[in-house]
Design a protein around this ligand. Structure first.
Ligand SMILES: [Zn+2]
Length: 325
């Protein structure tokens, strides 16, 4: 087996994101740590990107230096992930967290976003980040506001109340919040998955400025992969993502909240997909909309398979949990 390099991040890439509905160049960094300590979510295998411990302070510092060397010029939004939680001290000791933040080019960064589970959102962690960066956001993978779906279908291991507490701590420290929702965890019909997202988005209005819609993908070595192989799971239709994003954008209650999505694996059998003909077009429309927030980007696309998707929404109620293709 190839040795995992400890001094290089899992990923550094550039793209586009938005701040206050304005597009801006974005850098995404995934640091290699010892990985998530929870590891029970049914769709997740990110912890396989871990490096076996011990990972030294030097390793983590050279990872961030490597990432910084790839930064493009100009104003940036920088998003830092680990294959777990940046603020979990088992992954990155507090002192190293601070060293990493201090190495980032502050003058160039308009906003810094760091992902973490809510239990690691503490005053000491967040206030350090806010002290260094005026514009700092905590990103949390809440997935759904429905505790039953989050625990039974995902096994996420925290509650909506835990999330609310984290938001309160983040805000008290002067940080913003970005929330990830998960469209279509296992055991939901397509219609239930859409309704779950619309309800979750409404519940989140007081708590978040950005909702990032993750479309479930089937990853190897996960319980979801076994379900999918047996024919008990179909990843979400891209039409479902379009429907969720359109209905949120058209609702004036969300006028201050951006709704974005980057459909990973779109068009693949293991990723969100429609028919083969329109997958790329619909994926591009979702990406474009995520930057413009202009609902016409979503309503302009059509394909014959949309009718089939509408039929699926009607009929799956009668197939007792077995997905229609
Ligand atoms: Zn189609």
């Amino acid at each position: 087996m190839k040795a995992i390099p400890r001094d290089k991040p899992v990923y550094v890439g550039t793209g586009t994101d938005i701040i206050d509905f304005e597009p801006i160049k974005a850098v995404t960094i995934i640091l290699r740590t010892t990985g998530c300590h929870w590891r029970r979510c049914k769709m997740c295998n990110y912890y396989l990107e871990q490096a076996p411990p011990p990972l030294s302070e030097e390793d983590l510092i050279s990872q961030i230096d490597h990432a910084i060397s790839k930064f493009p010029e100009g104003d940036l939004i920088v998003k830092i992930f680990t294959s777990g939680s940046f603020f979990d001290e088992r992954e990155i000791p507090r002192g190293v967290q601070e060293s990493i933040l201090r190495r980032l080019p502050r003058d160039q960064i308009r906003k810094l976003i760091i992902e973490t589970r809510p239990e690691f959102v503490t005053r000491s962690a967040i206030s350090t980040a806010v002290e260094i960066f005026d514009s700092f956001e905590v990103a949390i993978g809440l997935e759904t506001t429905n505790d039953e779906i989050r625990s039974r279908c995902i096994e996420k291991g925290f509650s909506f109340e835990d999330f609310k507490r984290a938001v309160e701590v983040a805000r008290a420290c002067g940080a913003g919040v970005r929330t990830y929702l998960l469209l279509k965890p296992p055991y939901l019909t397509e219609r239930e998955a859409i309704d779950d997202m619309l309800r979750s988005a409404r519940d989140l209005i007081p708590y978040t400025r950005t909702i990032s819609l993750n479309l479930t993908t089937v990853r190897k070595n996960t319980p979801l992969h076994s379900l999918w192989k047996e024919g008990y799971y179909r990843p979400p239709w891209l039409w479902s993502a379009v429907e969720v994003m359109r209905r949120i954008r058209e609702d004036p209650r969300f006028d201050d909240i951006a709704i974005i999505s980057d459909p990973i694996g779109a068009g693949k059998p293991w990723g969100p997909h429609n028919c083969k003909r329109c997958d790329n077009r619909v994926k591009d429309a979702i990406r474009r909309f995520s930057i413009t927030q202009d609902v016409r980007d979503l309503t302009a696309i059509e394909c014959r398979c949309k009718k089939l998707w509408e039929v699926v929404l009607q009929l799956e109620r009668f197939t007792f949990g077995v997905p229609l293709p």
